[in-house]
Write a protein that binds this ligand. Structure first.
Ligand code: SF4
Length: 218
């Protein structure tokens, strides 16, 4: 995939705090909507932990509306930045925290699930955690990495054990899976144009087309 798609340079953000905000905003929405919401936050001067923690929830919800579920995401963002300020004092101190304990702490914040926590750990803190998303599950099932659906933690550990503890490698792999999922391994796969079809179980079995596999990612 790297040879075909090239380096992905993820996460698309200028600062670790922007990664954190993006990781929350991208829940259940396409990245183009997140970009619009982040640009609106930048224009409002709110891509700043102190200012974001203090803003009225309704105002924040209005600004991030393009990312969808604005009230829910405004509440989650405020909860996260408020907890960072309360427990660490700064984003920098938070991201320096011991990784396993930071992961447990992130998962204790309302609205932060494992995929969001691992995205923050990997792309904001530079820690070796792999975020398992719908693209990963779909590709692994089709390709034959998994013979049946597995829980989040099992897939995460599988990848981390296979690729080792280099955050750059894990980040590139995750980004390439997303690129691949958007380009060809879609809900309706374009196997004929797939650069890795030679090793794919789905292709080898001649399935060729599968409507959805029950996964919602486009
Ligand atoms: S051959 Fe088809 S199912 Fe297999 S990885 Fe490529 S696009 Fe996905």
């Amino acid at each position: 995939m790297l040879a075909h798609y090239g380096p992905q340079h993820w996460w698309p953000a200028e600062t670790p705090f922007e990664v954190i905000v993006g990781a929350v905003l991208t829940q259940a929405t396409a990245w183009r909507n997140v970009e619009r919401a982040i640009n609106r936050l930048k224009q409002a001067g709110l891509l700043d932990p102190e200012r974001l923690a203090d803003i009225e929830p309704a105002v924040l919800a209005g600004i991030i509306r393009p990312a969808g579920y604005p009230q829910v995401k405004a509440s989650r963002l405020r909860a996260l930045v408020g907890a960072i300020r309360r427990d660490f004092g700064s984003v920098e101190a938070c991201l320096r925290f011991e990784p396993a304990r930071l992961r447990a702490w992130l998962l204790s914040v309302p609205g932060i699930g494992p995929e969001t926590a691992d995205s923050i750990l990997l792309y904001a803190a530079g820690r070796p955690y792999f975020p398992v998303d719908a693209y990963t599950r779909r590709l692994f099932l089709r390709y034959g990495v998994l013979s049946a659906p597995r829980p989040y933690e099992g897939i995460r550990r599988l990848v981390e054990e296979a690729l080792g503890p280099d955050p750059a490698v894990l980040g590139e792999f995750h980004a390439l899976i997303v690129a691949h999922g958007k380009a060809v391994c879609r809900k309706r796969p374009r196997c004929g144009a797939c650069p890795v079809r030679a090793g794919c179980k789905f292709w080898a079995e001649g399935v060729g087309f599968e409507p959805t596999m029950g996964l919602s990612t486009p």
